[in-house]
Design a protein around this ligand. Structure first.
Ligand SMILES: *[C@@H]1O[C@H](CO)[C@@H](O)[C@H](O)[C@H]1NC(C)=O
Ligand SMILES: *[C@@H]1O[C@H](CO)[C@@H](O)[C@H](O)[C@H]1NC(C)=O
Ligand SMILES: *[C@@H]1O[C@H](CO)[C@@H](O)[C@H](O)[C@H]1NC(C)=O
Ligand SMILES: *[C@@H]1O[C@H](CO)[C@@H](O)[C@H](O)[C@H]1NC(C)=O
Ligand SMILES: *[C@@H]1O[C@H](CO)[C@@H](O)[C@H](O)[C@H]1NC(C)=O
Ligand SMILES: *[C@@H]1O[C@H](CO)[C@@H](O)[C@H](O)[C@H]1NC(C)=O
Length: 244
């Protein structure tokens, strides 16, 4: 018996193997972005059916997710999500962390929905290359995560009209490309970030309707509390403010 396969059969086997390998790479390349949108669908309710009727995951033809409502792709022939634009769709739920699997996402607009809970602490790991993040007019609570400062491509950040509390992280001043930053209509306190040269493009009304923001285009923040003998600097500064 001849156990040595003919060279022709070997060549066919290799060709089939290479072909399967490239198909599987191709499918895996698409798979993470598909998983991302599936995760969004699992996380956010669409009670009025404004979005998901067009999100049919049984259609496995080429670039099928690029036809979904609110989804823009990088290239017409590739399921790779560029932007997610789902504003004012009455979507309800927490921030969809599955977005981390849309790894090339540059724009996320979830404004005007009914999203609640925290903005994830590690948001810069979830959407590392976004240039536009719009979460305005939702019901997000908790603090603005410091890690937003690591979204270094960010040039528009809208968090206005939520329930955010605490201080705005000073680290946001590290966002060198920022042109729009709006946090109006929250419960924020303390100094606004120093955006350097970009500050001139961020008007006071970007900070309006909060619990007590100061500095930047707003009235200056009170000076640092001074230590006194009895340590009660608040009373001293109150007296100073009252007298002067
Ligand atoms: C989704 O696509 C599949 C296959 O094309 C089709 O059979 C099915 O009816 C579609 N579902 C909806 C809800 O449109
Ligand atoms: C991202 O995709 C991987 C692989 O499909 C999955 O295991 C993981 O749970 C996804 N991440 C999120 C946050 O859904
Ligand atoms: C973000 O943090 C959560 C836990 O808080 C973790 O499960 C998730 O894997 C993190 N995501 C990334 C992209 O690092
Ligand atoms: C928004 O969140 C607050 C608490 O953070 C809650 O009291 C309020 O009912 C929520 N509003 C909506 C419209 O979900
Ligand atoms: C931001 O990135 C720097 C450098 O990679 C890292 O040391 C830091 O922990 C990150 N900060 C946050 C809040 O993720
Ligand atoms: C800010 O503006 C000044 C004057 O226009 C310029 O000299 C400086 O380099 C700018 N700084 C940055 C960080 O762009």
């Amino acid at each position: 018996m001849n156990m040595v396969p003919s060279s022709r059969a070997v060549a066919v086997h290799i060709a089939v193997f290479v072909c399967l390998l490239s198909i599987s790479n191709f499918i895996n390349g698409l798979q993470s972005d598909i998983d991302c949108l599936r995760a969004i669908k699992d996380t956010l309710e669409d009670p009025f059916g404004y979005v998901y009727p067009t999100w049919n995951f049984s259609d496995h033809y080429e670039r099928f997710i690029c036809t979904f409502k609110g989804i823009d792709c990088w290239h017409p022939d590739e399921n790779r999500v560029l932007n997610i634009r789902l504003s004012y769709k009455v979507l309800k739920g927490e921030f969809p962390r599955g977005i981390e699997n849309c790894s090339a996402l540059t724009g996320l607009d979830l404004s005007g929905n009914m999203l609640y809970g925290d903005i994830p602490n590690n948001i810069s790991n979830i959407i590392p290359v976004v240039t536009t993040l719009d979460l305005c007019s939702n019901n997000f609570s908790g603090e603005i995560p410091k890690s937003l400062a690591n979204c270094t491509y960010l040039n528009a950040l809208r968090l206005d009209n939520n329930q955010l509390t605490g201080q705005i992280p000073a680290e946001l001043g590290l966002l060198l490309r920022i042109q729009i930053s709006n946090v109006a209509g929250n419960h924020l306190t303390g100094p606004v970030p120093n955006f350097g040269n970009a500050s001139t493009s961020i008007p006071p009304n970007s900070y309006a309707n909060n619990a007590g923001l100061c500095g930047g285009p707003l009235p200056a923040c009170p000076g640092p509390p001074r230590k006194t003998h009895n340590g009660d600097s608040r009373i001293l500064s109150y007296i100073k403010r009252t007298i002067m």
